[in-house]
Design a protein around this ligand. Structure first.
Ligand code: GTP
Ligand code: MG
Length: 202
């Protein structure tokens, strides 16, 4: 059985960042790539994280606790979203960068890429940032229910080069494809404590 996810904290600014040392896996990717939908699919719930077809929905850092363990799955605001003010974009980017550089417990970055698109400039920057900081990566190709095999293969080839040998999974949150494999990799990264279901005897 997959761990239960419970929203524990939301950060809109640096002072609200919590649990920097707790083991955590974070979901990063361009706006609208499907991060919040993936949180819901991993949780097996429809409306745990807010989803929208309008890019720029998640503007905060959201911490979801795994069972009653010390570990978290973290939903990050999307990057590469052009249609907001320069000031607002600067603020989110600063928050994102602060989170990524100050969270010592961050054990893996789950990098999402739309399986219909080749990596964009901001995707390249994010992958390069993770590699430069020695952050382990799990690559995820999203919305595979919508992509053609040819598109998906092109995205995969381009993404593989950027990820420097990191695993790359095909996932559809809508069709619930690839979730088990992703959970296994997340749990391997954040530690076995997270696998304990609430109420389980230790
Ligand atoms: P921001 O919060 O803006 O950064 O976006 P996000 O990455 O959290 O994306 P979100 O989960 O809100 O999804 C964006 C849109 O993509 C919504 O309309 C979702 O319904 C759609 N979507 C997400 N996952 C899938 C999927 O697996 N298949 C399909 N077909 N659509 C998806
Ligand atoms: Mg979101």
């Amino acid at each position: 059985m997959f761990p239960t996810l419970t929203l524990e904290a939301t950060a809109y600014n640096r002072s609200q960042l919590v649990f920097p040392e707790a083991p955590q896996a974070a979901l990063a990717g361009r706006s609208n790539v499907g991060k919040s939908s993936l949180i819901n699919a991993l949780a097996g719930r429809r409306q745990l994280a807010k989803v929208s077809s309008t890019p720029g929905k998640t503007r905060s850092i959201n911490y979801y606790r795994l069972n009653d363990s010390p570990a978290f799955l973290v939903d990050l605001p999307g990057y590469g979203y052009a249609r907001c003010s320069h000031e607002e974009r600067r603020k989110w980017q600063g928050l994102l960068e602060h989170y990524l550089t100050r969270t010592t417990g961050l054990t893996v970055l789950i990098l999402l890429l739309d399986s219909r698109l080749e990596p964009q400039h901001s995707d390249r920057e994010m992958a390069a940032f993770a590699l430069a900081h020695d952050l382990p990566i799990i690559g995820v190709l999203t919305k595979t229910d919508k992509s053609k095999l040819r598109e998906r293969e092109a995205a995969r080839r381009a993404w593989e080069v950027l990820l420097g040998g990191a695993p790359l999974l095909d996932v559809s949150s809508h069709k619930k494809v690839g979730l088990e494999d992703l959970w296994e990799r997340i749990l391997a990264a954040v530690g076995p404590a997270a696998e304990t279901a609430p109420g389980d005897a230790l």
